[in-house]
Structures are given as structure tokens and as C-alpha cells.
Design a protein around this ligand. Structure first.
Ligand code: HEC
Length: 105
């Protein structure tokens, strides 16, 4: 009995986190288009050329960290600074969730 309750609680927690992530991925997919990320990183997270890094399959925590560093100027880059300046923390999380969900090349 105890184990059944524990299993049910774990399953509920797990599906709630999966659903939350699905929401972030969906929102990130829209943001990638609206914000223009796809112009350089592609819809599938594969850069359009050798100087545009692939984002597909990268750890989402890594992508979040990099976007925050571009936004703050800690990681200086003329192109990405302009892209990240106006992103909110929530938008960064969603964009990172989206690109991390794409299969690595
Ligand atoms: C005009 C082209 C362009 C656009 C648009 C663009 N990027 Fe980038 N992005 C780059 C380039 C070039 C780099 C490599 C910069 C560097 O050397 O630090 C980069 C780097 C990154 C990185 C770091 C990758 C790594 O491996 O460290 C992330 C994350 C990223 N971009 C996300 C985004 C997101 C999200 C958007 C949309 C809000 C976006 N980019 C829009 C060109 C672009």
C-alpha cells in the first residue's frame, strides 16, 4: 500500500514536470521564430554556417547560462549581445528548453 502511494506520487510529480517542460518547449519554438534566432541557428538548432554554433541537443542549463552571460555582457559578442539584451529570464528558459529538445547533429 505504502509503495502504491509512493509510486502514484512519483508518477504525478514526474508527469507534472514533463508537462511544464512541454509548455516551455512550445513557447520556445514560437520565441525562436518571433525573436529571429532561427535566422542564424535554424529552426532545428543547426547553425546556418560554420560561424553559427549548433544549439540542438545542448544542455538547457548551458544554453540558459550563455544567454544570461550575453545579456549581462559577461560573455562579450557583438551579435549575441544584441539578441539577448531584451530577453526575460522566462524567455531564456523557454528558448533553452526548445533548442535543448532538438536532436544533436
Ligand atoms: C545574426 C545571427 C544570430 C542570431 C539572430 C542569433 N544568434 Fe545566437 N549566436 C550567433 C553567433 C555568431 C554566435 C557565436 C558567438 C560567440 O562566439 O560567442 C551565437 C551564439 C549563441 C549561443 C551560445 C552557443 C554556445 O555554444 O556557446 C546561444 C545559446 C545562442 N547564440 C542563442 C541564440 C538565441 C536564443 C537567439 C534568439 C534570441 C539567437 N542566438 C540569435 C548568431 C546569432
Amino acid at each position: 500500500m505504502k509503495y502504491q502511494i509512493l509510486t502514484a506520487a512519483l508518477l504525478a510529480a514526474f508527469s507534472a514536470s514533463v508537462m511544464a517542460n512541454e509548455k516551455a518547449i512550445q513557447s520556445g519554438s514560437e520565441l525562436a521564430q518571433v525573436k529571429g534566432c532561427i535566422g542564424c541557428h535554424g529552426m532545428d538548432g543547426i547553425g546556418i554556417g560554420p560561424t553559427f554554433p549548433n544549439l540542438a541537443g545542448q544542455h538547457s542549463s548551458y544554453l540558459v547560462e550563455q544567454l544570461r552571460h550575453y545579456r549581462s555582457g559577461y560573455r562579450p559578442n557583438a551579435i549575441m549581445a544584441g539578441q539577448a539584451t531584451n530577453l526575460t529570464d522566462a524567455e531564456i528558459f523557454d528558448l533553452a528548453s526548445y533548442y535543448a529538445s532538438k536532436p544533436a547533429p
